[in-house]
Design a protein around this ligand. Sequence first.
Ligand code: MZP
Length: 510
Amino acid sequence: MARILPDVSRTFAEYLLLPGLTRQEHVPRNVSLAAPMAAFKRGDGTPAGRFHLNVPVVSASMQAVSGVDMATALARQGGLAFVFCSQSIEDQAAMIARVKAHKAGFVRSDTTIHPSSTLRQLLAVQKRTGHSTAAVTEDGTNAGKFLGIITDKDFWEYEDNLDTPVSDHMTPLEKVIHGRVGISLAEANRLLHRHKKECLPVLELDGRLNSLVFKKDYVDHMNNPHELLDADKRLAVGAGINTHDYKERVPALVAAGVDALAFDSSDGYSEFQHDAALWIREKYGDKVVVGGGNVVSAEGFRYLAEDAKLDFVKVGIGGGSICITREQKGIGRGQASALMDVVKARDELYERTGRYVPICSDGGLANDTQVIIALAMGADFVMMGRYFAMTAESPTPKVSIGNRIYKPYWGEGSNRARNWQRYSEDGGEAGNGKLKFEEGVDGYVPVVGTVPEVLGVTLAKLRATMCNLGSLNLSEFSDNATLTMVSEQSIVEGGTSNIIRPETTFGDRE
Ligand code: MZP
């Protein structure tokens, strides 16, 4: 006979936190939002493990969410994007490589030109790369003998003869302030500062170009102190993967420099995911972080965390804003109930074996409060789709509808995404390329700002709540958390009452 769980499926909106004692030291500037993302053994280095996020937020592996701009913007804030896998292996690996090209400090020049090329040709290269500074080398490659530098300030596109050679306009080597290979980043930045320059070429001993150091990267770094970088000071990036083509996809992503992988599946409690996870672990050991899911039960978590040896496990089925899995297939569980069950299983696994496997609450987070509640309930970090689809950095075009600006947002299980792999673990029915039924819908979300703007607000609220609970880090936060269930009437009481709000009157609130 079927087993019926005694508890009702609960959502985040049904809970509130009770404040704890706030001491003098509990102020936002003292709060750390670092969150573990890779499994670690008790006593292994820092509690954050071998790979950690600087803020507990990642973006969903979805076509309408995580492209190159999102990955760059989010890593700069300390989080991580999972570049979508519902595209060819080559295209996904190229996106990863583009994010990794953003190296803080020494960068390989991607805008290089031959001295006899014309200004017109230079403009075409600058347009393609989006960079205004070009290194001029003897053979036109980024490792050729360095001859000089040319930027958009060296000529006027509408005044100068665009058929004249670059060599007529460039600043030649003898006038270029440059460094030699081996110079430290601090010294390179000092040279830029002292000589009031924007770019410092670093040359090999034989005069070939090694790399460039830019003032704007230094400024960027100072403005983004939480930037998530790899050991080579490149921005960190994640990628979604599936259980069908992982033997080809994962090697391409690892070669492109990916830091973390996550199986993108609505139901990850499967032998397909288990076998794929072990294959990756066997081949790459601890070199790359591998997460999986999604699950909604302690059993599902234990299977992926213990048997499949995954680094983190995503929790949530059917809660996503564009998701109709629960309606279509009758599977799923309230996000809060699923999370609490899995948190218990994670803590029990840690007690029993000393292995800590972080969990990610994925989908259905409708506002900042719910992000805070999920972290208080014990999620190590959260994954969001809609939240990021609404930002300037999501890969979709803006659309004007009525008097507002929107962006399209669609599920990976929708016909539009045609992501048949994700919704057919056995490669059967839907695996023939035709979706028999959809698990996701296609819609629009309002544009609300840039990633730094919206995330800045969410994290400010999170830090403030952590202080209310007397916590300086996320693990203290969930240890200190006392939650209460709320009645419908107390939710009404928590909103504004008996006043007129101009936004409501003018009808421009959601
Ligand atoms: P949300 O943040 O938009 O509410 O939810 C995003 C999450 O929904 C994703 O991380 C993924 O787990 C899930 N998702 C993506 N596509 C679908 C679908 O088409 C879906 N059903 O459920």
